[in-house]
Ligand binder design. Structure first.
Ligand code: UD1
Length: 345
């Protein structure tokens, strides 16, 4: 297929493009490089042995998006562009409605106008909020508790409505659980400037000595060891999930579907800390802090629908997730920030 990938220079995007190329698809990337890195195209080419183009474009520009789709002749769009920091969304909800929903509208309008019939959308388990029953299935109540979560749900709703108004359209929203890890080459991974918000980037910066200690947000939850439980899944598995979803859109079923991408196994923060100590062979000093506002106590996926409907199952082990994340952290530090920021696409 001829595929447009938005957010192609980002964490999930760059890994997804590698998997798409490996599966024989033709890819055009687009990114505004606000979070995605300019070195992504060169790195993707180095890893995959195939050249890829990442067009610089702000998706809020209706004429720009229209021009891209008018000539692109795309069979499908994988829409990953957006912001994803829960705390930032609470501090600046306008930013999230603008960057997540504001970018989706010109894209979906252009898709309608230029006859793109297949869309894979990057959603999140954050649409479930604080679930009462575990594991979480796609039928679990949708109750986001942050602006970030609301934007994901709003886009899902828009896509679902679009599938009613445009019966030829076939859409899968992938609800990722907690993507971690990196490409084993050490060339692609998640770049985080300053203090990270998410668990693995933070732990790795402590292991590398860049930050002095790890703050454990709450050890008094009603869980086995008192820390929160999440479903961590390797970013390469998530990337393969996009290819599986894309190829399943060809199966003759039409309409909107949501699919969980998780391993089905919950891991506590303390368990992750221990796994990272083993993977890095470094001391990770830890301080217990109060609970973080808005954190769900426990969430993990029921991944059965992914297996049944798109033939996907997470394959990478926890050890691989931590080792690959660490390898990327060390490699990126060695290369130095300047090189990783280089304009090369
Ligand atoms: C949330 C969203 C997820 C989204 C992700 C992106 C939910 C349920 N999940 O993940 O969909 O993709 O944000 O930002 O809404 N922790 C610490 N110390 C730290 C950092 C984290 O103890 O310095 C703990 C948190 O309390 C949490 C766990 O680690 O229990 C994971 O946190 P994080 O990596 O931020 O992801 P989520 O908040 O689960």
């Amino acid at each position: 297929m001829n595929v447009l990938v938005t957010g192609a220079a980002g964490y999930i995007g760059s890994h997804t493009v590698v998997e798409l190329l490996a599966a024989g698809h033709t890819v055009t990337g687009v990114d505004d490089f606000s979070l995605g890195k300019r070195c992504a195209a060169e790195r993707i080419s180095a890893v995959s042995g195939q050249a890829v183009r990442i067009v610089e474009l702000d998706l809020r520009s209706t004429p720009g998006v229209d021009a891209l789709l008018a000539v692109g002749n795309f069979d499908a769009i994988i829409h990953l562009a957006g912001r994803k920091f829960v705390g930032e969304s609470v501090d600046d909800p306008v930013l999230y409605f603008d960057r997540n929903i504001g970018t989706s509208i010109p894209l979906f309008r252009a898709a309608q106008q230029h006859g793109v019939r297949k869309i894979v959308f990057s959603s999140s388990c954050t649409v479930y909020g604080n679930p009462e029953h575990l594991p979480v299935t796609e039928e679990s109540p949708l109750a986001p508790v942050t602006p970030y979560g609301f934007t994901k749900l709003a886009i899902e709703q828009l896509l679902s409505d679009l599938c009613v108004s445009t019966p030829e359209l076939d859409v899968i929203a992938l609800r990722y659980f907690n993507p971690i890890g990196a490409h084993p080459s050490g060339l692609l991974g998640e770049y985080v400037d300053g203090k990270p918000n998410n668990l693995l980037p933070y732990i790795m910066k402590v292991a590398s000595g860049e930050l002095p200690y790890f703050s454990l947000f709450g050890d008094d939850y009603d869980t086995e060891d008192g820390s929160c439980v999440r479903d961590y899944v390797h970013v390469e598995d998530i990337a393969r999930g996009h290819v599986a979803a894309l190829e399943a859109l060809d199966d003759g079923r039409r309409g909107f579907r949501a699919i969980n991408l998780g391993t089905g196994t919950g891991r506590s923060v303390l368990e992750m800390l221990e796994a990272c100590r083993n993977a890095t062979q470094h001391h990770i000093p830890t301080q217990v802090h109060p609970r973080r506002d808005g954190d769900a106590k426990e969430i993990f996926a029921d991944p059965q629908r992914a297996a049944e409907e798109i033939g996907w199952k997470a394959e990478r082990t926890l050890k691989e997730m931590c080792q690959d994340h660490w390898h990327f952290t060390v490699s990126a530090t060695k290369r130095g920030r300047k090189k990783d920021e280089a304009i090369s696409n």
